[in-house]
Design a protein around this ligand. Sequence first.
Ligand SMILES: O=C[C@H](O)[C@H](O)[C@H](O)COP(=O)(O)O
Length: 224
Amino acid sequence: MTNEKQLVGEKAAEFIQDGMTVGLGTGSTAYYFVLALAERIKNEGLKIVGVPTSIATAELAQEQGITIRSIDEVEQLDITVDGTDEFDDDLNGIKGGGGALLIEKIVANNSQEIIWIADHTKKVDQLGAFPLPVEVITEGSQQLLRYFEEKGYHPTLRLDSEGNPYVTDHKHYIIDLHLEKITHPYDLAEELIHLVGVVEHGLFLNRANKVIIAEDDAAQIITK
Ligand SMILES: O=C[C@H](O)[C@H](O)[C@H](O)COP(=O)(O)O
């Protein structure tokens, strides 16, 4: 059986050119991109700088011998390759299932081109079946949970494998909103970002330029 995540990760690595500064996404699909990029660096002598979007990706990139810099050590990025939890026909998406949405969004905002890589399950007609992650500061998180409950957003505080609140790389909590259908993503994004205590949310709207998706055992490129 085809490993779809590996297929699209390897395809995305073909888009990287010598001399580029490259945003390195987070998650089980981005993992394969990082491995494929490291292969190209070893085999072809590409000189690239990677900007990781999480501690986990920074560690992986270092293990693989990729030169890394933080987002504050580069002026801007040529390209970012990242996974996604869902995306629709407009290439709007939900990200943050792996808890890395904050730096992923900062890196995305400073990238000239953004490619998402996805197995076939990630394409949806309407966003929302995947719980929408909202990164919040720890203090006041109970109040935000109550607010979301009252709004009918069906919030849950994300827990780690031991049942404790999940803590992000930047020491925040994540509240997942179980919305099922997001009919007005731009309005929701606007509401969330203005709530005091919310650091960032996982709606990535009008950001990706391309999605590489696995369909029928082949990598298909969807361009905006
Ligand atoms: O926080 C995690 C990121 O947004 C990931 O890119 C997203 O969750 C997709 O991850 P995966 O490729 O593991 O499904």
